[in-house]
Design a protein around this ligand. Structure first.
Ligand SMILES: *Cc1c(COP(=O)(O)O)cnc(C)c1O
Length: 397
């Protein structure tokens, strides 16, 4: 923690006050250090800064004061020692993998992770002779059975997209640690406002800051949070390989963190109300939202999250035609695969986010043709219901 007087501060205070550099005290809103490099007073000072003897910035691929604010603030909110910011969420996962893995190593990953995460493990890391086994997020025995003598990393995303399945972070961490591996959790869907994986035993938290940390769909970014030792290595990777976060984007994310708790609570309240309304709707076969008592992971979600997040999915009868009919009839919700925005978004997972899966993989993952995902934004709930009614009316004939 960088600021002494914040030692006992609560989450919402840290979200607003943590991380500011001493040099920022003149501006009430954090300034943006839009500079690629930094100047020195003397050759001696330059040498000491480059060698690391003296704290300070040299070049923005290595570090930048505006990016440091975001890193410190996010680390405090996740309850971790340090954070490392990256240019996107995928860059954060790549940084993590190339920090903790080497040729010959093995990864165990939950099956319903973000599509590009699957691509990274299957198509890119395999070139470096790093292998992966995908397992069902909820099946602890599957995690146990997948362990090999080379397993170094467990990776999961919970709750999952779009079925809102929940993995038991504490148990998965225990299995990882018993086999000498680390557990990394993609905390994109909950953010630290709703779930803090490090406090449940995970070793690293990974973020696509692009989603709820920004919260308004403006810029790309990512981050890792973990121990000082691990983050020093990750920082070394970013420094040399260059997937660094831009200072402008870091400023957006730090501003986003200031309202994170309020927004996540509001997303969760609306999603809960919409899920309950959909569940009672005659046009709906099934609703997947871990805030519903009918969801198989409701109790687990309630035990490790403070609320259930903004993403839900539901199934309509009649497969793709009727799901597309619903989506084509809504007017307010944006048809896009993005999420974590104040604007509500709607998509058909089977033909977009999960479109590249084989039929068998879709069936295994529960991605049916009648499934529709809604990432609930912050518009008026009544308007969202009215928009859904447009969709149901179009397919009820
Ligand atoms: C979007 C997303 C990512 C990838 O993040 P980018 O910022 O788009 O690179 C990773 N994980 C999850 C859960 C995501 O939603």
């Amino acid at each position: 923690m960088s600021n002494e007087w914040l030692k006992e501060a609560g989450f919402e205070t840290l979200a607003i006050r943590e991380g500011l550099n001493p040099g920022f005290e003149q501006e009430h809103s954090d300034p943006i250090y839009a500079t690629s490099s930094f100047v020195f007073e003397s050759a001696e000072q330059a040498a000491a800064t480059f060698s690391g003897e003296r704290d300070g910035n040299t070049y923005s691929r290595f570090s930048n004061p505006t990016v440091s604010v975001f890193e410190k603030r996010l680390a405090a909110l996740e309850g971790g020692q340090e954070g490392v910011a990256t240019s996107s969420g995928m860059a954060a996962i790549l940084t993590l993998c190339l920090t903790v893995l080497r040729a010959g190593d093995h990864v165990i990953c939950s099956r319903n992770v973000f599509g590009s995460t699957v691509g990274l493990f299957n198509n890119i890391l395999t070139k470096l002779d790093i292998s992966v086994t995908f397992v069902a997020l909820r099946e602890l025995d599957d995690w146990r059975q997948a362990v090999t003598s080379n397993t170094k990393l467990f990776f999961c995303e919970t709750p999952s997209n779009p079925l809102c399945e929940v993995g038991n972070i504490r148990e998965i961490a225990n299995i990882a640690h018993d086999s000498g591996a680390l557990l990394a959790v993609d905390n994109c869907f909950c953010t630290p406002a709703l779930q803090r994986p490090l406090s449940l035993g995970a070793d690293v938290v990974m973020h696509s800051a692009t989603k709820y940390l920004d919260g308004q769909g403006r810029v790309l970014g990512g981050a890792l949070v973990g121990s000082e030792e691990l983050m020093a290595e990750a920082r070394g990777f970013v420094r040399v390989c260059g997937p660094s976060m831009s200072p402008f984007n870091a400023w957006i994310f730090s501003k986003g963190l200031e309202t994170l708790q309020l927004r996540m609570d509001a997303h969760s309240q609306r999603a809960q109300a919409l899920a309950e309304w959909l569940e009672a709707h005659a046009g709906v076969k099934k609703v997947n939202y871990c805030g519903l008592a009918s969801h198989p992971d409701h109790a687990l979600a309630a035990s490790q999250q403070s609320a259930f997040g903004g993403v839900l999915s539901f199934e309509v009868d009649g497969g793709r035609d009727r799901a597309w009919g619903f989506i084509n009839a809504v007017r307010l919700m944006s048809l896009t695969a993005n999420l974590g925005d104040v604007k509500t978004t709607v998509c058909h997972p089977a033909s977009t986010t999960h479109g590249r899966l084989t039929d068998e993989q879709k069936q295994q993952g529960g991605i049916t043709e009648g499934l529709i995902r809604i990432a609930v934004g912050l518009e008026d709930l009544e308007d969202l219901k009215r928009d859904c009614e447009r969709g149901f009316a179009a397919i009820s004939a």
